[in-house]
Design a protein around this ligand. Structure first.
Ligand SMILES: C[S@@+](CC[C@H](N)C(=O)[O-])C[C@H]1O[C@@H](n2cnc3c(N)ncnc32)[C@H](O)[C@@H]1O
Length: 435
């Protein structure tokens, strides 16, 4: 992102890259994506030099190996000039050239297969992540539970094209430990601990939440469904890596579960209903699957906290942008400083697919607390509380000290108007069957 035009000339003039050849930097960019525009701009130039000026580097393959992991992890979000595109055509098939190529595109596009692992030790890590792991996902068998409704196909296609979110690792033991230590989770979900309950994760995506719940409630039977087979494949692989066995992952559409015979003690649906044509219809179907006194955890976009995203979406639409990369590059010039600032502090801005999910989704809705209150009432669900960091709960209790349980949605509406970023990471709340 060219927030400061002076950066470009400075980064272009760099010729000494020795300081980057240290373990911390190389390992760091393999695993971490800082939410810092100028760092991204710096890496864009380092990659450009790697391709165009080989004589600046002593250990080009080593740096390219790390840079290629960064490129893969960010969905190839870095800008590419015409000069780079032209130069890519001239790369050969040496390990060094393949490492440089994979800073721009995945290696399978150069005909590399898992069989090359044994013969190319200098780029074996890249072959593992860019060729072998995606191959394994493609071959993961997925069991179907329902058909997919035509209303859901646009969203299904979107998440087939990129399993979301592409998380790396969690520790089941740590998840369970953290849950036991968090007072809020105990208050809301403690009554379900150590019981043989049934949990439905509706729209499990790539499985992080499902795996976490399966670890927290080891005696539970977890059913995790999603529209996207590719996301489910990712989730299945991760569950195997984590040694989690109490989840069944199934290909299914919430809309087709209306007559499903099972009832669930706990239903979790995070960031899913707001991507349905009619979120209320989806929520109603899930409500029908809830056991008597069953618990639900729902997460929905807040209109107020989403205001900068809504603004950026409106700007992209008004200017007719359809290519996400082109819009991202132009956005610093198009967006007002406040919108630009608040977007670029979000981690989702630094991964192409996350960015697409945030700004160019095929379908999303936003809500207010009043909308949620109305839906809860119609669905006969009792509001049990938001999941927030404790500072917010403390601030709330200073202002509304008589609402001891913090469940008065009129107060929360008032609180959100005064603090519009409260629900930046969605309205995440528990509710319970009330009759
Ligand atoms: C933004 S992702 C969230 C994934 C996961 N809940 C999480 O928080 O990481 C939304 C997911 O909902 C799934 N989804 C959307 N509509 C659905 C439906 N009607 N039935 C099942 N899954 C659905 C999508 O396929 C996608 O994987």
């Amino acid at each position: 992102m060219h927030f400061d035009p002076a950066n470009k000339a400075f980064f272009e003039s760099l010729t000494n890259f020795k300081p980057l050849m240290n373990e911390r930097f190389l390992e760091g960019i393999k695993h971490i994506v800082p939410s810092v525009p100028v760092f991204e701009e710096f890496l864009t130039h380092v990659r450009r030099h790697l391709l165009l000026h080989p004589h600046f580097f002593d250990a080009r393959t080593t740096l390219a190996n790390a840079m290629a992991q960064f490129a893969f992890n960010t969905g190839y979000i870095l800008d590419v000039t015409d000069e780079e595109t032209e130069q890519l055509q001239h790369l050969g098939t040496s390990d060094e050239d393949l490492a440089i190529f994979s800073c721009y595109k995945p290696l399978h596009e150069r005909g590399i297969t898992p069989d090359d692992l044994g013969t190319r030790p200098a780029i074996k890590e890249l072959i593992r992540t860019q060729v072998e792991a995606p191959n394994r996902l493609k071959n993961t068998p997925i069991i179907s539970l329902t058909a997919i409704d035509t209303q859901s196909t646009a969203v299904q296609e979107m998440y087939e094209s990129f399993p979301y979110p592409t998380w790396k690792t969690i520790s089941p033991e740590l998840e369970a430990k953290r849950w036991h230590q968090a007072k809020r989770n105990q208050e809301m979900e403690g009554h379900l601990a150590d019981r043989k309950i049934k949990i439905l994760i509706a729209g499990c995506g790539t499985g992080e939440e499902a795996i976490s719940f399966a670890a927290i409630f080891p005696r539970a039977e977890v059913l995790a469904i999603d529209l996207s087979r590719n996301s489910l494949a990712y989730a299945i692989q991760k569950a195997q890596e984590c040694g989690i066995e109490n989840i069944q992952f199934r290909h299914a559409d919430i809309l087709k579960l209306e007559h499903f015979p099972e009832r669930f003690d706990y239903i979790v649906s995070s960031g899913v209903l707001h991507h349905m044509v009619d979120p209320f219809l989806g929520w109603g179907i899930l409500r029908g699957l809830l056991a008597a006194n069953g618990l639900m955890k729902i997460a929905l976009y807040s209109r107020l906290a989403h205001r900068h995203i809504l603004k950026a979406q409106a700007v992209a639409k008004a200017h007719g942008y359809t290519d996400i990369k082109v819009f991202r590059k132009a956005s610093p010039m198009l967006l007002d400083p406040e919108t630009r600032q608040s977007l670029f502090m979000l981690g989702d801005c630094y991964h192409l697919n996350m960015y697409k999910d945030m700004l160019f989704h095929v379908q999303d809705h936003v809500f207010s607390i009043q909308d949620i209150a109305a839906m809860l009432q119609t669905l006969k669900l009792k509001f049990n509380g938001f999941q927030l960091n404790t500072t917010v709960n403390e601030n709330y209790s200073k202002q509304y000290r008589y609402d001891l349980n913090q469940t008065d949605l009129d107060n929360w509406n008032d609180f959100e108007i005064k603090n519009p970023d409260t629900f930046r990471s969605m309205y995440m709340f528990w509710c319970q069957a009330s009759s």
